[in-house]
Design a protein around this ligand. Structure first.
Ligand code: ATP
Ligand code: MG
Ligand code: MG
Ligand code: MG
Length: 439
């Protein structure tokens, strides 16, 4: 992509309304624009990152055996009356009336709708286990939307819903998501710790929140420091191996880790003093087992091997991709801007033409741009007629992992410079040696 033809509305000034670094940097880097309180447009650079995060979330959901579908954002109030949550949910739910004065709502979550879909089609235990997920916009009329997409009113959620014949099956489904979540967050370059959590309005008795430690986090959390170095279950994990998954989950729940709602001082006191961490954290994912809370009132039953009807045991599993992007920036930035982990970077390489209009420099850059594209790299080519200082600042701000700096001085010796954004390390390379060095 040639920057001269791209849409990258960089802000020079630091926006006053942004209280935390990720919000400031997302606005300055031209990733998002606020359209109303807690409601954002995703500009091209932001959308690229969002799509990359979604792709990783999707790969790990699919790997664990979950199946993607897509439910609508608008739901009927009647569905929520069946579960009893229409009145219980309160003011966080955005209620809407259509032209026929039918009561509708913008979905804050999808337990009711997925249960309705399930009961319409599934009749037998032979079709279980089943885990269906989607990645869809949600609306919650948060009392205090703030920190940009960290706590917005409209936000993206990956929500998965599992169905099993009994509690043992549901436990295995829960463990699959637990492990898929560990892998997802690790691939995003994050250290997320599963913590015992309150089940809130969704109800149930088995629940973990996945928390990233950050001073700007809104949750107060308590945990054993060793979690930060625990190994992540590998790509080769067999998700059908019940005992294998249980032991991975047992390991990841063997030490103390709880949010403030579940915190117990006596338990925490057992943690060796030098390992006791009490910190702020960002909730990036949340998994629940809630048994028959929805299947019972909504009549979602299947025939069991015993010839009897059974209400299905369900769980739900959420990740917030839009919040995650803010969390990644909180964890990975410096005074000059964002430092994207390679897995989610909006471009692989920023190619900086330090003297646009100079024939030799233009020719070298254009050639390199074509070769890099042919080698499969996604390159942002800063071909604008601007001073080098501005180009350095933009490249650092938007945090592309590699920068290639091409100017007349270096070219006179046949050299270009390669800079690693994360460390600032630079190396001089022959013009025709860049591709080999990146490989
Ligand atoms: P919080 O405690 O931050 O209000 P929650 O517990 O209400 O979140 P869940 O119902 O567990 O959220 O939803 C699953 C995931 O959706 C959360 O873990 C988070 O990643 C994301 N999420 C929830 N609310 C928001 C929001 N207002 N803005 C952005 N992401 C959100
Ligand atoms: Mg909430
Ligand atoms: Mg919460
Ligand atoms: Mg939650």
């Amino acid at each position: 992509m040639r920057l001269s033809r791209y849409f990258l509305p960089i802000l020079r000034e630091t926006p006053k309304e942004a209280e935390i670094v990720s919000h400031r940097l997302m606005l300055r880097a031209g990733m998002i624009r606020q359209e109303a309180a807690g409601i954002y447009a995703w500009l091209p650079l932001g959308l690229k990152v969002l799509n990359k995060v979604n792709a990783i979330v999707r790969e790990e959901q699919n790997r664990s055996g979950a199946i993607e579908l897509l439910m609508p954002t608008i739901q009927s109030a009647d569905l929520w009356r069946e579960s009893g949550r229409y009145d219980a949910y309160g003011k966080e739910m955005l209620r809407i009336q259509d032209r026929h004065e039918r009561e509708m709502l913008f979905g804050p979550t999808n337990e009711e709708m997925i249960t309705e879909i399930f009961r319409a089609y599934v009749r037998s235990y032979k079709d279980l286990p089943l885990n269906l997920y989607h990645i869809q916009w949600k609306f919650r009329d948060e009392v205090r939307p703030r920190f940009g997409v960290m706590r917005s009113r409209e936000f993206l959620m990956k929500d998965a819903y599992s169905f099993d014949i009994d509690q043992a099956g549901a436990r295995h489904s829960y463990n699959k998501m637990f492990v898929a979540y560990l892998r997802t967050f690790a691939r995003l370059g994050l250290k997320a710790i599963p913590m015992r959590a309150d089940t809130g309005p969704i109800g149930g008795d088995l629940s973990h929140e996945f928390i990233i430690l950050a001073s700007t986090g809104e949750s107060e959390v308590f945990c054993h420091a060793d979690y930060l170095d625990f190994p992540i279950p590998p790509e080769t994990t067999d998700f059908d191996n019940v005992a294998g998954l249980q032991s991975a989950v047992d390991k990841w729940t063997s030490l103390y880790a709880a949010t403030s709602e579940m915190h117990d001082e006596a338990g925490f006191a057992q943690v060796p003093a030098d390992k006791r961490m009490s910190a702020r954290g960002i909730e990036v994912g949340h998994i629940f087992y809630f048994g028959t809370k929805y299947s019972a009132p909504m009549g979602a039953k299947v025939m069991g091997p015993d010839g009897q009807e059974h209400e299905v045991h369900m769980g739900s599993y959420g990740i917030g991709p839009s919040r995650l992007i803010a969390a990644i920036i909180e964890a990975s930035h410096d005074e000059n801007g964002i430092v994207w982990p390679e897995a989610v970077a909006p471009f692989d390489i920023a190619l900086l033409n330090l003297k646009s209009g100079d024939a030799a420099t233009d020719e070298a850059c254009d050639g390199l741009y074509r070769q890099l594209a042919a080698a499969g790299y996604d390159v942002l080519y800063d071909d604008r007629d601007e001073r080098p200082g501005g180009k350095f600042a933009t490249a650092d701000l938007i945090g592309i992992p590699w920068q290639i700096l091409v100017g007349p001085k270096g070219l006179a010796e046949g050299k270009v410079e390669l800079k690693r954004r994360a460390t600032g390390e630079r190396e001089l390379l022959p013009l025709d040696g860049v591709i080999a060095r990146l490989a």
